[in-house]
Design a protein around this ligand. Structure first.
Ligand code: ATP
Ligand code: MG
Ligand code: MG
Length: 532
């Protein structure tokens, strides 16, 4: 894990589990391989690991792969990689599909004890009956009939089997609708990415999760609060099958404003070509936020600080980026970039005639960040805005170099500053100047940079159930500006996080080539104004 992660393990942040014995706690993170991990999943994974470690216990990663229509190997592989990157280390990785035989036997047992039945009520009607608390007409059919349907028709995926499902016989009309005879098995002929065509029917989440939790020795199942209504159902399954008790611990779902955290909805953006892929920097996926400049350490710190809160709130992205800034600020190397639009040429009298290079620290307060080569030259470039702010006769400071006296400011007929004549005044006191500006040597040895900023994909803080995503797409979500960066930027590797002084934090997404600029993504610093 990360240093922040490790530190956090010694504190419990108000997390306390009922019935937890030191050394014996087993938690599990159960991703469905139906998409790439998003930041909500990261929260679940981090909390599971954190809590297991708090009690010196273990965590299991379990692929909840019971719906072949949504799942595949690519997603499974990406989840394995992302968890590794997040520093999630499970005691073991398992698969719900490892237990298909066992679950089959257990479902058979439920049916034979008249605790479950085969139902072919059409879906719409079943939904309506459940809403109204009306028992299914199949509810009291003979056990043997249900067993036949399960063992022969459903198991073989016959035409008749496909019209059936198995429902737990809990209650037709309990006030808690989750208890109104939930479906525990249904047919699906789509081949499964691990078990192929061996199975034509699969357990549902409601049946599979409690059963596998109990079998795997999970002591504490962490679930997001929206599942609270289903806790009674979870307990019913364990009791009905005489399985070991598992404690449920609720935590709040992570939600962010103007953000969809659902694999299905993210898949829609991918399919529509509205993003470049699951790792798009506008996406709330683990890969997306990483590409945008979120660090593993920042993510851990943020999630552990959120910890046991059970409030369902729509968080502002600024919160998490502010946490991330605290992580990157002390270690991000400093570089300089000047806006490519109308840079001002400053000619320095008193400077050596030929450019020369000297080492400078890459971070003024942290020597561990190392040094960089800075080119000093008799002509430098500064931002137009800085040039505009100067007055003739004023003494200003060129950062990392020294003071200069501005002699003459030349403008074109539209008022743009074209160039400035100045004199180096290295004896001048930089503490006495008001303006300290960034600059780069005006030589060929510079790096062209494309600075990219992004906006969130949707315009509404929280989409409601009936809102159509199409109606709330942010019209423009990608913003480019060109810059000229100092030559030492050439030493950066893709993925490196830096600060362009006086501009902000950036992550190098693509290194420059002979024909293309370096592509830097703006890393939000927690204060940024939303554009839309
Ligand atoms: P999605 O709708 O995005 O597919 P899911 O819950 O169906 O989410 P799973 O792969 O089944 O996806 O989830 C794995 C674990 O992550 C579950 O324990 C789930 O509760 C948790 N989880 C999913 N979304 C969030 C979230 N926004 N905040 C916290 N935990 C989450
Ligand atoms: Mg799920
Ligand atoms: Mg979901």
């Amino acid at each position: 894990a990360t240093s922040t992660g490790k530190k956090a393990h010694s504190a419990n942040y108000g997390i306390e589990l009922i019935g937890a014995e030191d050394g014996k706690v087993v938690t599990r993170f159960p991703p469905e391989p139906s998409g790439y991990l998003h930041i909500g999943h990261a929260k679940a994974a981090i909390l599971n690991q954190h809590i297991a470690q708090m009690y010196h216990g273990k965590m299991i990663i379990r692929f909840d792969d019971t719906n072949p229509s949504k799942e595949n190997l690519e997603f499974q592989q990406s989840i394995i990689e992302d968890l590794e990157l997040l520093g999630i280390k499970a005691e073991r990785t398992t698969f719900s599909s490892d237990y298909f035989d066992t679950m089959y036997d257990l479902a058979e047992k439920l049916i034979s004890e008249d605790k479950a039945y085969a139902d072919d009520t059409p879906q719409e009607r079943m939904r309506a009956e459940r809403m109204d608390g009306i028992p299914s007409s199949r509810r009291n059919r003979p056990v043997q009939e249900s067993l036949d349907i399960f063992e022969n028709e459903m198991k073989n995926g016959t035409e008749i089997g496909l019209t059936y499902c198995i429902r737990a016989k809990i209650s037709p009309d309990d006030p808690n609708k989750a208890l109104r005879d939930p479906v525990i098995y249904r047919c699906n002929l789509t081949p499964h990415h691990r078990t192929g065509t061996t199975w034509k029917m699969y357990p549902t989440y409601d049946f599979c999760v409690p059963v596998v939790d109990a079998i795997e020795g999970v002591t504490h199942a962490l679930r997001t609060i929206e599942y609270r209504d289903r806790n009674a159902q979870y307990d019913w399954m364990l009791n009905a099958l005489n399985l070991r008790k598992v404690h449920i611990w609720d935590f709040s779902r992570l939600n962010f404003v103007r953000t969809l955290l659902s694999k299905r909805k993210l898949q829609w953006f991918v399919n529509e070509g509205l993003v470049t892929g699951w790792d798009d920097p506008r996406f709330p996926t683990v890969r997306g936020v990483r590409r945008r400049g979120m660090t593993v350490e920042g993510l851990w710190a943020f999630i552990i600080a959120q910890g046991p809160s059970k409030n369902i709130i729509n968080l502002d992205w600024n919160l998490i980026w502010a946490t991330n800034k605290k992580v990157i600020d002390p270690i991000a190397p400093r570089h300089v970039a000047v806006a490519a639009e109308n840079p001002v040429v400053v000619t320095l009298a008193g400077a050596p005639e030929k450019p020369y290079t000297e080492k400078r620290p890459r971070h003024k307060k942290n020597p561990e960040v190392g040094e960089k080569d800075v080119i000093f030259a008799p002509s430098v470039l500064i931002d137009q805005a800085d040039g505009q702010s100067f007055a003739e006769g004023e003494e200003v400071t060129l950062m990392d170099w020294g003071n200069v006296i501005v002699n003459k400011i030349n403008k074109d007929d539209r008022g743009s500053v074209t160039d400035i004549d100045a004199t180096l005044h290295l004896d001048g006191d930089f503490r006495k100047t008001k303006k300290k500006v960034t600059w780069i040597a005006n030589t060929d040895d510079v790096v062209k940079a494309d600075l990219v900023d992004f906006d969130l994909l949707i315009t509404k803080d929280k989409l409601e159930e009936n809102d159509k995503v199409e109606d709330y797409l942010t019209p423009q979500t990608e913003f480019h500006s060109s810059a000229i960066a100092d030559s030492s930027v050439k030493t950066l590797k893709e993925g490196d996080i830096i600060q362009f002084e006086r501009k902000g934090y950036y992550r190098l997404d693509k290194a420059p080539t002979a024909t293309s600029p370096a592509v830097f993504f703006t890393i939000p610093d927690g204060k940024s104004v939303q554009r839309y």
